[in-house]
Design a binder for this molecule. Structure first.
Ligand code: PRT
Ligand code: ZN
Length: 284
């Protein structure tokens, strides 16, 4: 049995549960009020906690794995292994100042008072930049501290930036790009490592599927080689004869990132009846 800690209620909760659902893992009871539950069809126990506690629980072996924001993990400085970047909970840790305060680089922060909940990450950044500043630790509502006269600048999480804007602040420097991480206790029994590998296999199959499209199209035979060369496929494409002489059906899988470019090229090269289909699961 592998024990996983996820955030009980907050920005990472729903995506963490969705990750498990996508991996075909179902829970024995709805997590809304429970603090722990088990999967019905996978050797996994879930515990629901505050995100700030997750690094310590994983380091201490209270749980084997956890899902936590990189910002929280770096601030906690716990000895855990990052096994996977999960691609959700994206945000950045940035410095922000009142919108009319001039900023021409980190040296503009010299001797200022900076409010933050991320003291260690900020301290590290200021050291690297050789800046002396006065760090004020605040546990929440950091964005209002300049307007209260408590600080000259803040260092906090930004996502859309609308909270900064609403508080008359502007982002002046990004220090960390963060996302949710799957982290693990550094030493794990072989049996637990096997369960973790099975979970990762499922996560990768889903991610690959999401990042690719299955495409099929009709191609005149004299254009087959040319068109096949345009497709950045997995291996070589599948080619099947059509009933109509001189034509074939060509199937392949292409990365989502190049998808529109490739589609235009295929059309220009004479492909017809192009179909693009989502992929449910993909094992490379
Ligand atoms: O109760 P618990 O301690 O578990 O939760 P929490 O309140 O500490 O954390 P929570 O749920 O707010 O965030 C959990 C994690 O989500 C964070 O540690 C980040 O890794 C990630 N995340 C992603 C964010 C945001 N986006 C985000 N926008 N965390 C906080 N915010 C805040 C931001 O600071 C701002 O005040 O949301 C506000 C809105 O942001 P804008 O820029 O969109 O206006
Ligand atoms: Zn928290």
């Amino acid at each position: 049995m592998l024990r996983l800690a996820i955030q009980k209620s907050g920005r990472l909760s729903e995506d963490s549960l969705q990750l498990l659902r996508d991996a075909g893992i179902y829970l024995s009871s709805s997590p809304s009020r429970l603090l722990r539950t088990q999967a019905t069809n996978f050797p996994l126990e879930l515990i629901f906690v505050r995100d700030d506690d997750i690094p310590e629980y994983v380091e201490g072996g209270v749980v084997d794995i956890g899902i936590v924001g990189e910002n929280v993990l770096l601030e906690a400085r716990k000895d855990v292994e990052t096994v996977e970047r999960l691609g959700f909970g994206k945000c950045r840790l940035s410095l922000a100042m009142p919108k009319n305060t001039p900023y021409s680089g980190p040296e503009s922060l010299q001797n200022l008072r900076i409010a933050t909940s991320y003291v260690r990450i900020l301290d590290n950044f200021l050291r690297e930049q050789n800046i002396q500043a006065d760090i004020h630790e605040i546990s929440g509502s950091v964005e209002i501290s300049p307007s209260l006269g408590l600080a000259d600048a803040i260092f906090d999480i930004v996502s859309t930036g609308s909270t900064l804007l609403a508080n008359g602040l502007r982002e002046v420097a990004t220090v960390l790009e963060s996302e949710a991480l799957l982290v693990a206790h550094p030493v794990m029994a072989a049996e637990k490592r096997d369960i973790l590998d099975r979970l990762l296999f499922r996560i990768h199959a889903n991610r690959n599927a999401k990042n690719h499209r299955y495409i099929l199209m009709n191609v005149p035979n004299d254009q087959l080689d040319h068109i096949a060369a345009l497709i950045p496929g997995m291996k070589s494409p599948t080619v099947l004869p059509l009933q109509q002489p001189g034509w074939s059906s060509l199937h392949s899988v292409i990365p989502e990132t190049v998808f529109w470019d490739v589609l235009e090229q295929l059309k220009a090269a004479g492909a017809e009846g192009i179909l693009v289909v989502p992929i449910e699961r993909m094992i490379l």
